[in-house]
Design a protein around this ligand. Structure first.
Ligand code: TRP
Length: 442
């Protein structure tokens, strides 16, 4: 990003960061991972990781961004530690992979918007999802989503998108609360709540090894961490701003929306007699399409819901695409518009396998989130905890009255807790991923 504007208002930064954080990760990915990973036990581990790892790493990105006033490539040079650019490079690769399939899922959402307004989702919600998710239509809508994001960047109508996001966040919350309220009246609600909300300590301990990679990957994914997006956004904020407070707002908002999505999805799934893990990547689409079909006026509610989900997906996709494009423009000294168009074309091709077969989607998703984002987070925490702690503490203290206690806790967490947790997670993720590849492709 060469045009270095600053956020005019506090709310401008929060909205952009929240627009990046709130997306398919909250409404699509969170409920389906929770369903696949055992419900409440996953939820507990996830929440612990959001607080214990997500928040400290979000602050790391904020501090690096504001301190350096640079994008993630320039940031480490500016801070006098160019070698740590590697952390940014890992993030850029992750951004590239995530964006290629994010756009495919965005294409599913467009198909659901169209279906909502043109007569529904067919008789069988599961069959409808499968026909949406793979095939030539999936490729075509993936292209449409990609072209939309590239068009927004190329035409510079980012402001329009940000205005849409101001409407999106409250609308999504209202719709989710309404749908969760409706879900509470359904037959399956009781079973759904005990599955989703009643953790059992022995399951958590017993399944920790399998839960950890998924929960940690999701914590990074949903908060848009590990790719330098928050570094970039924070590079535009002033020193009078309280980073801790801004991080708090973003994390709470993001977490509440994910929790609400779970409160919607599980009662619907249980009522429709679908096992929580069975819907897989289709959970949100299948459960909602089934429910909208029953509801009076469901097609309108469905249309509005998927439209808002599309806006949420676009604001997040935009933030990922920005990282990819700014890496390329900064590194190779090319112009934005041709870069945006060229990158969109390449990303479109790279995403095609995931639009043909959901196994590829998993392969991309697991590699980028459970391995690359975790690795990037590990590097970032070691950098701030062990190399740059003094300056980082000073930076975090700006814009607030501080007695240094929170900073001390933060640095200790970054030195020990975060690296240990992430190193263990990374080892488990790599092992799981090898297993996954052997199972799926050999
Ligand atoms: N956070 C977004 C979501 O929940 C996705 C996303 C946007 C993202 N930017 C990112 C994920 C950067 C990881 C890194 O949908």
């Amino acid at each position: 990003m060469d045009e270095r504007a600053t956020w005019a208002t506090r709310i401008g930064f929060i909205l952009a960061a929240a627009g990046s954080a709130v997306g398919l990760g909250n409404i699509w990915r969170f409920p389906f991972l929770t369903g696949e990973s055992g419900g409440a036990a996953f939820l507990v581990v996830y929440l612990l990781l959001v607080v214990g790892v997500g928040v400290p790493v979000l602050l790391v990105e904020f501090v690096i961004g504001r301190r350096s006033n640079r994008n993630p490539i320039g940031a480490f040079e500016r801070l006098g530690h160019p070698g740590w650019k590697a952390a940014g490079a890992v993030g850029a690769i992750a951004a590239f992979i995530i964006f290629s399939y994010y756009s495919v899922v965005g294409g599913w959402v467009i198909q659901y918007v169209v279906a909502s307004f043109t007569g529904g989702y067919g008789a069988d919600a599961e069959a409808f999802f499968l026909s949406t998710a793979s095939g030539t239509n999936a490729i075509a809508y993936h292209g449409l989503f990609m072209a939309t994001v590239a068009g927004i960047v190329a035409l510079g109508i980012r402001n329009g998108l940000e205005k849409a996001a101001t409407v999106m966040v409250p609308t999504v919350v209202v719709l989710l609360v309404g749908l969760a309220g409706y879900g509470a009246t359904l037959d399956g609600a009781g079973a759904a709540y005990s599955y989703y909300l009643a953790p059992d300590l022995s399951t958590i301990v017993g399944d920790a090894v399998s839960i950890l990679p998924a929960a940690a990957g999701q914590a990074f994914y949903t908060l848009s961490l590990g790719m330098g997006i928050m570094i970039t956004y924070a590079s535009y904020i002033g020193e009078d701003r309280n980073l801790l407070q801004d991080a708090g707002v973003i994390v709470v908002l993001d977490t509440v929306i994910a929790l609400l999505a779970g409160l919607v999805v599980f009662p619907f799934l249980f009522t429709q007699g679908i096992e929580p893990g069975e819907g897989g990547a289709g959970s949100i689409f299948i459960s909602l399409a089934g429910a909208f079909q029953q509801l009076p006026g469901g097609e309108i509610i469905g249309g509005v819901f998927f439209l808002m989900l599309l806006v949420a997906a676009l604001t997040s996709a935009f933030s990922i695409f920005e990282v990819v494009v700014s890496y390329v423009t900064d590194t190779f000294d090319v112009d934005r518009v041709p870069t945006a168009i060229g990158m969109a074309a390449i990303l479109f091709v790279v995403g095609i396998p995931t639009a043909l077969d959901l196994t590829y989607l998993d392969a991309y998703d697991l590699f980028a989130n459970n391995i690359l984002l975790i690795l990037s987070g590990l590097l970032l925490s070691i950098f701030i905890g062990w190399v740059y702690a003094g300056e980082a503490v000073e930076e975090l203290g700006k814009g607030r009255a501080s007695d240094g206690r929170i900073e001390a806790i933060w640095v200790t967490t970054l030195r020990y807790v975060v690296p240990i947790v992430l190193a263990i997670t990374l080892a488990l993720s790599v092992r799981d991923y090898i297993g996954f590849l052997q199972e799926s492709f050999l």
